[in-house]
Design a protein around this ligand. Sequence first.
Ligand code: ADP
Ligand code: MG
Length: 311
Amino acid sequence: MADPLAPCWLEDFIGQKNVVDIVRWEIEAARKAGRRGHFIAHGPTGTGKTTIGHIICMDLNLVLVSLTGAQLENTRDTYAILHRLTRIQEPIFLQLDEADGMTRAASQVLHPVLAENVFDSEDGRRLPLQPITAFLTTNYLSQLSEPIISRCRIQLQFDLYSEEELTQIAINSAHRLTLSITQQAAEFIAEYGLGEPRRVNHLIETAATYCKVTDQTCINVTVVDAVLEKLKLYPRGLTKLEVDILRFLAMQPKFRAGLQTIAGAMFSSPKDIHQRHEPSLARNGLISIQGTGRVLTEKGIAYIESLGNAL
Ligand SMILES: Nc1ncnc2c1ncn2[C@@H]1O[C@H](COP(=O)(O)OP(=O)(O)O)[C@@H](O)[C@H]1O
Ligand SMILES: [Mg+2]
């Protein structure tokens, strides 16, 4: 696995208690009774969906086939990619990240794989497969088609993390990189995590690089300060783009604008704004999402005011 900070075992996976409990039962049931089911993990980006899929695969000792929805964009590629499954001689763990990226046509090719453990080839042959456990991830469950959802018995709902959990993740990640970290520095980093382990780990990795070049072995508050300054992060961990969204809303009549308009003003896509940036702004109460409209909340207005004229 490329991610050096990813927990490899369920015991090391902090938080998401409900998810971890369900996963533990399913692993037991699979080991003891050979009982299998397909999974869908859904929830905000950077909260451990992909990571937990890899943990399940390792725990069950299955052959990992890792795909993303974007690879299953056209039917031809989908047939070619899924055809490869027929050559695998051992039970398979089919991880499909960002599954909402696949097209409807592609999801029809996937359907018999999930429903009947067979591959229906383009020329009409039905080919048997080794037992498959599918693990799909998405930010929004509603973006997957009903036939796919209904084939996945186990639904894992991920949520943003508390600051205590993020503090623990910061400490564990620093130790994985063979650095020590003060409690205060870990709490400081957690405050900038916006509920997402991914943001915490990025900060820890940057702090580790800073420690290396400055010959230090402990992440303390001075190191964190230097890193935040370098990364140009705003209070509570907002990025410049996220602050720009708030500032844009602050200039609109009734502090309100549509998603398309915001995306246009940010030179970004509505999907990117909606999936990557809005969830943390909304969950931190800085904006409210009302249909296609976005409104700056009182908390959002106070946040912008507290920045003053900072760039
Ligand atoms: N519960 C957790 N404990 C420790 N690290 C975590 C946890 N969840 C996620 N991470 C780390 O956060 C980062 C993002 O996780 P990832 O699984 O890619 O999120 P997602 O698939 O939900 O976008 C990875 O570096 C991962 O190792
Ligand atoms: Mg992922």
